[in-house]
Design a protein around this ligand. Structure first.
Ligand code: TXA
Ligand code: MG
Length: 338
């Protein structure tokens, strides 16, 4: 099941030829291309249907020489790298002049991440003798739910070698399940560290390492496509419902003759048909995107999601759910009116 070394070597050669390869990371699957090849990077934007001004993260091997990618690694970045790499943390740093502007969506900064998944690390070692970088957004069409299995990637882009993706490396179900935490360290002097996207590495953990809490983004912060209000969304509308109101929402939908799918976590709903996720944030995040995809495939009128706790440990999850539900505001009222 998991890609073997021959498949990884073959994928590295395809990448060196400018082709697209989907790879597993510990967060979600990425759609990788050679970051030093502007045509290959353009292929990512075309395949995803992603606007060209949205920057892509560059993935590097463990102990990579960062001076190839950035002009300045501040002390805070060094501390965070020592604490969390390889792992689900992306750092925004000043872009080195030789890095194609297309990777950064034209910005003068660059997102850098060193993924922990063993298949991703093996691929990064095999690709350009371990000295290269892989530009890799999540391997989904723009705005869709990110993939957490190789099959999800195939569901998005078709069979490898047939559609835009030359190969899909299988690495099993992604352990973390939501995208990396992003911290902007490119404007430290004026803005301090800024949390652009919450993830499994929490703001509190970051503060513990660098001695200050990252700020939330202001209007001058770089644009993050994952921070668009509507994102990570299935085709079926999503409604977030408080635990205490879920039973009555289901009853009323049934009475109105409306179909629904359910994603819950608290014990009260464990016996009801639908997806029941673990009541701890790590377990919940691990299963979230696969559940959204599975419930989307039911073609119900709405996916009801039991609103998770509003505690800091659930910040990344609540952020993704809010965006998944953004375009569906008012859907329950509409369905209940008939
Ligand atoms: O966990 C992850 O980060 C996954 C895996 C594949 O590594 N990647 C991922 O990529 O989520 P993507 O492209 O779906 O989301 C990356 C986010 C985007 O919202 C992008 O705008 C932001 O990172 N980003 C990348 N470079 C940036 C930069 N220079 N400045 C600000 N934001 C940046
Ligand atoms: Mg994405």
């Amino acid at each position: 099941m998991t890609a073997d070394i021959a498949e990884i070597e073959r994928a590295a050669r395809l990448l060196e030829q400018g082709k697209l390869v989907a790879l597993p990371t510990e967060t979600v699957y990425g759609l990788g291309a050679d970051a030093s090849n502007p045509d290959a990077v353009a292929g990512i934007f075309a395949a995803k249907g992603r606007p060209s001004n949205h920057p892509v993260i560059v993935h590097v091997a463990r102990d990579a020489d960062l001076s190839r990618w950035t002009t300045h690694v501040p002390r805070e970045a060094r501390l965070l790298i020592d604490a969390f790499w390889p792992g689900p943390l992306t750092l925004i740093l000043p872009r080195a002049p030789q890095v194609p502007a297309a990777v950064a969506g034209g910005q003068d900064t660059l997102g850098l991440r060193c993924p922990a998944h063993p298949v991703a690390q093996a691929l990064l070692r095999a690709f350009r003798d371990g000295q290269g970088g892989l530009a890799a957004p999540s391997a989904n069409r723009f705005g869709h739910v990110s993939p957490t299995t190789a099959q999800h990637v195939i569901d998005e882009f078709g069979e490898p070698g047939v559609g835009p993706v030359a190969a899909v490396l299988d690495g099993g179900h992604c352990q973390v399940g939501i995208e990396s935490t992003i911290v902007d360290l490119s404007r430290l002097e004026s803005h301090g560290p800024v949390l652009l996207r919450p993830g499994q590495v929490s703001a509190a953990q970051i503060a513990e390492v660098i001695g200050r809490m990252p700020a939330v983004p202001d209007g001058a912060a770089p644009r993050v496509s994952g921070s668009l209000d509507a994102h990570y969304a299935p085709t079926t509308p999503v409604a977030l419902v408080d635990s205490g109101e879920l039973a009555s929402a289901m009853q009323r939908l049934q009475a109105a003759g409306q179909t629904f799918a359910l994603i819950s976590y608290s014990e009260n709903f464990a016996a009801i048909h639908g997806m029941h996720l673990p009541a701890d944030p790590d377990g919940y995040a691990h299963g979230l995107y696969a559940s959204l995809r599975e419930m989307d495939a039911c073609h119900a009128a709405v996916i009801l999601v039991e609103r998770p706790p509003q505690h800091a440990a659930w910040q990344g999850i609540n952020d993704r759910l809010r965006r998944a539900a953004f375009d569906s505001a008012g859907v329950l009222e509409k369905l209940l009116k008939g």
